[in-house]
Design a protein around this ligand. Sequence first.
Ligand code: ADP
Ligand code: MG
Length: 674
Amino acid sequence: MQTTKISPANLVKLARLGIHHRAELLLHLPLRYEDETHLSPIATAQPGEAVQVQGTVNHSEIAFRPRRTLVCRLKDNSGELYLRFLNFYPSQQKQLAEGRQIRAIGEVRMGYFGLEMVHPKCRAVDDDTPLQSSLTPVYPTTAGLSQAVLRKLITNALEAMPLTDTLPDALLHKLHLAGFAESIQLLHNPPPDIAARSLEQRSHAAWRRIKFDELLAQQLSMRLHHRERSKRAAPALAPHRQLTARLLNDLPFTLTRAQHRTFTEISRDLAQPHPMQRLLLGDVGSGKTIVAALAALQAIENGYQVALLSPTEILAEQHFLKLRDWLKPLGIMPVWLSGSLRKKEKQLAAERIESGEALLAIGTHALFQDRISFLKLGLAIVDEQHKFGVQQRLALRNKGNEPHQLMMSATPIPRTLAMSYYADLDVSVIDELPPGRTPVVTKLVSDARRTEVIDRVRAACMEGQQAYWVCPLIDESEALQLQTALETYQLLTDTFPDLRIGLVHGRLDSTEKMRVMELFKAGELQLLVATTVIEVGVDVPNASLMVIDHAERMGLAQLHQLRGRVGRGKAQSLCILLYQQPLSELARARLKIIFESGDGFAIAQQDLQLRGPGELLGARQSGVAMLRFADISADEDLLDQARHVADELLRDFPEAARAHLRRWMSGKHDYLHV
Ligand code: ADP
Ligand code: MG
């Protein structure tokens, strides 16, 4: 086996591609292939198609308008085609001089003078220059690293590295998977007779093997995280059923079956001497807060402290008010950590937390990171988990053992996503809504009918209903959003001097925000103009009308969250999605989905198909390597297999599991724990 040294300059460039070890070159797979195995007659080339043609340059000139461009005309015995180059070297100009015979490969498009190729790959040929015998791989690359050099490096690596299969033969047979070596060889050097399409669509057996391997590595590392956690220590918080029973007794409602079941799951985890990491999933309005409160009480019953973290001040404040009411009869007073607290008050709160006197602390995540340390933190509850980063989640300071963690999310996670990216967490799902809810009616209304909508809002308010008017984020700019909110507020107050209208947005200080929300909650305000700050957690059951302005600009999860702010009481609720035409393809698809479905899981599933996992994962993706090859919505069958195989390997073939992780996770440390 030969090993060729890789030059330091190339090492730097490879590092930019995430390649740090020679073995990683093997897994640097082509994005697509160029077919240089045959020539197409120019006359048969179709716009949009990538082809290789060969002919004689019968005209070559430099045009100066609109920009300096090298334009050549290539002719074979079937027709002619233009080649255009915006940046070119003198050597290229020479290569493409009149009379030269050229082979060009590129995508054909319809230009001003007829068919053309822009920046085709060209080379000088003569009559018997052979064609390539296999498809030419095109790799993801980086500035200064040419395809030719990268191809050479990969070819060397393929010769130098053993392509040992990490999986036992029996397993490959059982799963009908292709071998690793043959798959890798084929993807880097496809034989001439292979259908380029099956490679590009990644449906070929070789691709399936690679995708399976990638998913398997992900599953293995998640399992190991999980396993490693069960070796760490946390306080065992047994269910004494004192405080929890009293709270349940005092509630004006009884738990739904789903709330009961999920609390039982959490309760059992808390009693273990290992840190729980459980995700409580439940659609908007499914009643996660009470489940969290019960979990908190179980920790408090054991003499431990609890932190409840929210992504926004408004949400933190809502939790604070709700829990204060619920826990008051039990003699527990939560500590409120708000950005608007004066320095002295903050100090006092911090001291009570540090001394252990405060049993429950509620606030935004940012505040907790602000040098606050717990004496005996037993449980950290993180609401709307997807808004936080992974690393952030673990940043609470605590003098005692590692606390248990309960994460809550109203962004339903499609099954495949839960099985892959969240496989290291335990998941509890609240899959029913409390009784007595009437589904929200959704209407799509074009902006042309804005005045009608405004009248409707007024009529509803006059009848004693309460309404939200939500202004969207514009160009990701908080300042612009604020401006529209202010303008809308102004417009509505001018139009309806008889209505009591409030305004809430992200720039208000939190005392002011709190005051407005409280007035709205108490029914003092009839209409609340808001930015998307009310997206999560706001709970005003009497509000039954929501207008979402410029709904076409919002994402599906956001629309669903916003709509979930109504339909919380007995009255029939209405959500009007005001949209501005023309709609983009994507916006149209989103509005159709939100109009047709009220089920958060169904919406999330469709969202996954529209956008891929990146957005749904939110902050989590920063902490978990994204899949490069597998696509969890298209490769669900492989994901299922990978899950089973992960268990089997860890149980029966730990050596194979280790080798597999070493291949796929080199540089990351997960495999050390096997
Ligand atoms: P989310 O899951 O969106 O956080 P919340 O916890 O805010 O939902 O609950 C939504 C509303 O439903 C609250 O007003 C809450 O008090 C109420 N609620 C929760 N559980 C029940 C139940 N079992 N029966 C009736 N109402 C409930
Ligand atoms: Mg909530």
